[in-house]
Design a protein around this ligand. Structure first.
Ligand code: 5GP
Ligand code: ZN
Length: 112
């Protein structure tokens, strides 16, 4: 499958990794929108949040456990945002589930 984040997960394309285990990978966004901007992905291909099921959802808790640890290690005590864009109208541009972990600045709500 021609999937950019599968290739990053398989080390076919290099990335600036901040956390990795058997199931998930966290790496720095190539075009950061905040001082800390990290993408956290399942290594196994899931196209988007719309494809999460009882069979594959175990990895989601691992992603959020990693997010909490990464945020702590990055010193984001004052707050951070975790967001996933799902589908075209939400702005998803890479069709492999990923969570943006962003911090180091303030964020408005609701997002645009
Ligand atoms: P989306 O728009 O799908 O929510 O987020 C995709 C994110 O992937 C964007 O923030 C974009 O900057 C990032 N991105 C796209 N291609 C690459 C790449 O090759 N390497 C890394 N590290 N990030 C990428
Ligand atoms: Zn993929």
């Amino acid at each position: 499958m021609d999937c950019l984040f599968c290739k990053i997960a398989n080390n076919e394309i290099p990335s600036d990794k901040v956390y990795e285990d058997n199931d998930i990978l966290a790496f720095r966004d190539i075009k950061p929108n905040a001082p800390t901007h990290i993408l956290i992905i399942p290594k196994a291909h899931i196209a988007s949040a719309a494809e999460i099921t009882a069979e594959n959802s175990g990895v989601i808790s691992k992603i959020f456990e990693a997010a909490a640890k990464i945020a702590k290690d990055a010193g984001l005590e004052s707050g951070f945002r975790v967001v996933t864009n799902c589908g075209e109208s939400a702005g998803q541009s890479v069709m492999h589930l990923h969570f943006h972990l962003m911090g180091g600045r303030s964020f408005s709500w609701p997002p645009g």
